[in-house]
Ligand binder design. Sequence first.
Ligand code: UTP
Length: 284
Amino acid sequence: MKAVVPAAGLGTRFLPATKVVPKELLPLLDVPAVQVVVDEALAAGFDEVVLVVSPQKEAILRHFQPAPELCDELRARGRAELAERVAATSRPVTAVVQARPLGLGHAVGCARHAVGDEPFAVLLPDDLFLGDVPAIAQLAEAHRRSGASVLGLLEVTAAEVSRYGIVRAEAEAEGAPLRIRDLVEKPAPADAPSRLAIVGRYLLEPSVFERIERTPPGWGGEIQLTDALRGLAAEGGLVGVPLRSTRLDTGEPMGLLEAAILRALAHPAYGPRLREFLAALPRR
Ligand code: UTP
């Protein structure tokens, strides 16, 4: 099965850092965020990752390709271990181009021919999930059991609902995925049907491509994936799984910083140095 990683957005929340460097290549200490997400898909058993990139962001694809000259140069300088780490970043990744950022739904639609007529995963590279089981593997399991398209869900506070797509869902049986009846994009707290938010993991049946093609621009003038999924929900073909993982929103500067700090704290060399640095900061 293939996994699609949409990475063609403008990354406005990181400007001017993302004027030239794609947001997805900003580092979590020493690896780019997109590598962590690609590895989540591969760890869950997906055999190919389709990146959706804009013409300005093809550096993301290059990150996953072999770099023999750099590796040779590192070896010649006696840095064999570093050369191995660089060589190990090659991945089974292909790319399709979204010429203009017309929305997440449109970006997924651009992967139609690369995916073909089979179920596929979508992983947003600016949502990071930390846990023992890869988040997308939890969705793949629910898809095997239900045969329906699956959304990853996260319970958010009432104040946060207006930042997310929110679902109206029903529990059908103990331990079974929730049946999703409707989706609302960024509702006011008073209009939200629940506090279960759609976060960046999806396992979709290929019929969604037809729906995306019929979806007009919606919220923010963009072709929204949520709008295309609403039809699936109405037909009873959509379920949701509350994810058992910690989620970090690396699509905004504070979330990326938090993820980098967590990674540094877990690192054998950087962890002790970071703790020392934090302890020495003057208290306000
Ligand atoms: P976001 O809205 O979080 O990303 O879209 P963005 O648009 O790049 O960032 P901001 O809001 O301007 O700061 C979620 C994901 O969908 C991709 C983005 O690259 C991101 O990974 N996306 C979004 C596309 O691939 N194409 C689009 O047209 C829109």
